[in-house]
Design a protein around this ligand. Structure first.
Ligand code: ISE
Length: 348
């Protein structure tokens, strides 16, 4: 049975090699992207095996990942002695089952967000990790590694702008699947801002409200856009504009308002074009180019075993707050968020 991957430590089954063999469950958009990074941009790791419900898709990713093995069953992959750690990028509904299997196999696991679709499922995962007794789980909230967000947090923590008062978040995607439930804007997209707000301020969110304008005619009946208003323990306000049919491109930015100044996180790239009366900056079509460096750093950190990524508790808290936001959206009323007492964190 493999134990934690500590910095510089080879996987238990790797016969002394320093390369950790990662098994990837789910080789869709995110799984394929992680496989690409693990193969070509992260040191000390290789893709040891892949599983996907679509075996052809898994085969394609395996072939592009240095000939990784294709597993016919995700549990066989998790239990295989030649797999040191597991990356879960399958559909949200499968996360609980696979994370629990990784914990019972004693293997480190990086699970794409959300940790699980319901707070109840996240709580079961927390209990399993606590029973195991040491940290195995990391949740893929990659923005915590984005150089823009880490610079913003450093300025905040250094006191460069004084005490924080508010933060305005903007999160736009060009187009979503028609008929997407309004709740998905929260659980799938704005969940990033729920996490990053907790991380930036080191505080829990204690109250939420969700406002909706008339929906965009491009949204196919979905309540899109939405404006979430979050209040933290010390009374900082965070608003989140989430708009998944914004048409023009992918954009994430924010502005922190504090007592002595503000910090703005603009959408990269820093290079822009001025021509013919226009000042233009190219925007990506989705989040992968925008957060490419964040994903690379997140994976490197996980492979190195330094545990700076979001914990199972962070995954639980984000889903718990997201559920309160969905209740606020559905009822049109503010919701108080009462997170249960935090269990003592498991040792790293
Ligand atoms: C997607 O799943 C992500 O995680 C992206 O970061 C987010 O911007 C997008 O809205 C989600 O659908």
């Amino acid at each position: 049975m493999t134990t934690m991957l500590e910095p510089g430590q080879a996987g238990a089954a790797s016969g002394g090699s320093a390369v950790k063999r990662i098994g990837i469950i789910g080789t869709g958009i995110m799984g394929a992207d992680h496989a690409r990074l693990l193969t070509g941009a992260v040191s000390g790791a290789s893709v040891g095996g892949v599983f996907d419900v679509d075996a052809d898709r898994a085969g394609g990713v395996a072939a592009r990942s240095g000939g990784a093995r294709v597993f016919a069953d995700p549990h066989t992959l998790i239990d295989d002695d030649d797999i040191d750690a597991v990356l879960i990028a399958s559909s949200d509904a499968t996360h609980e089952e696979y994370v629990l299997a990784c914990v019972s196999a004693g293997k480190p696991v990086l699970c794409e967000k959300p940790l699980a679709p319901s707070a109840g499922a996240c709580a079961r995962i927390l209990e399993a990790e606590a029973a195991h007794g040491s940290r195995l789980i990391t949740v893929g909230f990659m923005r915590r590694f984005d150089p823009g967000y880490t610079a913003l947090k450093a300025m905040l923590d250094d006191g460069a702008v004084g005490a924080p008062l508010m933060i305005h978040h903007v999160h736009r995607n060009p187009a979503a699947v028609p008929g997407l439930p309004g709740s998905a804007l929260i659980t799938n997209s704005a969940v990033h801002e729920l996490d990053i707000t907790r991380w930036l301020f080191g505080e829990e969110i204690v109250e939420v409200a969700v406002h909706t304008p008339r929906p965009s005619t491009r949204a196919g009946g979905t309540r899109d856009p939405q404006l979430l208003v979050l209040t933290t323990e010390s009374g900082i306000l965070a608003d989140v504009e989430i708009f998944v049919n914004a048409r023009y491109g992918y954009e994430v930015r924010c502005e922190l308002v504090a007592e002595e100044g503000t910090v703005t996180l603009d959408a990269p790239p820093p290079t822009s074009l001025r021509r013919g009366g226009l000042h233009a900056r190219e925007l990506p079509a989705d989040w992968r180019p925008r957060f490419a460096e964040a994903y690379r750093l997140e994976l490197q950190d996980w492979v190195d075993g330094t545990h700076r990524g979001a914990s199972a508790w962070d995954g639980f808290a984000a889903t718990f707050v997201a559920e309160a936001c969905v209740a606020a959206l559905d009822s049109g009323e503010r919701r108080t968020v009462r997170l249960p007492d935090r269990a003592p964190p498991v040792s790293a």
